[in-house]
Design a protein around this ligand. Structure first.
Ligand code: BV8
Ligand code: ZN
Length: 231
């Protein structure tokens, strides 16, 4: 059995990382993240955008994976033992899936613990604050290795190839508000896949899902994974 899972900010909510929308969306009190997560905001006020990501990076380094991340790592191993495969695509820029033990994670919106050079494009690990004084070895300016609104998400060919091979599509902790990620369930349905939503509350595209379970991810994801591995 090949399962395609798309996760969003809700899977990391109980680890103390902010969500963008819905309950607990006080991600960044003074500014709307939608306004800050754009190339225009970075061009206009790079120091402010650096501070937005520096605060989230520090918060992430102090955070831990929760039971939902651990369960998804267990699912990856369990499926592999049965000759199946899990494709885990995340909209999140945190590394909590990896820290929970997931071996293969596709970060379609980039990674908070990486920085990218505006000149040569090289991406490298970054666990400390960035500023307008942060430069690449090639002297280019460094920016967060993150996909902003209006920028092209990463690994799209890989994502659509994995959707082709999947038997089941599952969305976990995502509001279904941001495209192209929010459109994956429609691609899955067009291929006749069963679609399952695991979320705190119905997402904006809830009616695209055959199976819908609501509650905190740290509760409903482990029980769903156990069900899958028992079946
Ligand atoms: C693109 C990185 C072309 C940055 C992010 C009009 C004008 C301009 C643009 C557009 C437009 N209409 C559409 C667009 C495109 C735009 C878009 O979709 N805008 C939306 C807002 C309308 N998209 C883009 O610009 C994308 N690029 O389209 O390029 C293209 C298209 C196709 C192919 C090639 C090229 C780029 C989008 C990427 C933006 N970057 N992140 C950062 O993190 O700072 S998106 C950002 O939102 C985060 O990554 C976040 O993950 C993501 C999506 O949100 P969710 O993950 O769903 O999180 P959210 O807070 O919304 O929801 C949380 C959910 O969890 C809720 O449902 C809640 O109930 C639930 N929850 C809460 N607690 C729990 C829980 N669930 C379980 N347990 C809990 N405890
Ligand atoms: Zn460079």
């Amino acid at each position: 059995m090949n399962i395609f899972i798309l996760t969003g900010a809700g899977v990391s909510a109980e680890s103390g990382l902010g969500v963008f929308r819905g309950p607990g969306a006080a991600l960044w009190k003074r500014h709307d993240p939608m306004q800050l997560a754009t190339p225009e905001a970075f061009a206009r006020d790079p120091a402010l955008v650096h501070e937005f990501y520096n605060a989230r990076r520090r918060n992430l380094l102090a955070a831990s994976p929760n039971a939902a991340h651990v369960a998804l790592a267990r699912l990856e191993a369990g499926l592999a033992q049965r000759g199946g495969a899990l494709t885990l695509v995340t909209q999140n820029i945190d590394d909590l899936h990896e820290r929970a033990g997931s071996a293969s994670v596709i970060h379609m919106h980039g990674e908070l613990l990486k920085a990218r050079c505006a000149s040569c494009g090289a991406a490298r690990d970054c666990r400390e604050d960035l500023s307008t004084n942060s430069h690449c070895d090639c002297a280019g300016a460094l920016r967060p290795h993150v996909v902003w609104f209006g920028e092209t998400p990463l690994y799209m060919d890989e994502i659509y190839a994995a959707l082709e091979l999947a038997d089941l599509f599952v969305a976990v902790g995502t509001s279904g508000a941001v495209y192209p990620a929010a459109g994956f369930v429609r691609e899955a349905r067009a291929k006749g896949l069963r679609c399952c939503e695991l979320n705190l509350e119905p997402s904006e595209n809830a009616d695209e899902f055959d199976d819908r379970r609501y509650g905190p991810a740290s509760e409903i994801v482990p029980s769903w994974v156990e069900e899958i591995l028992r079946s």
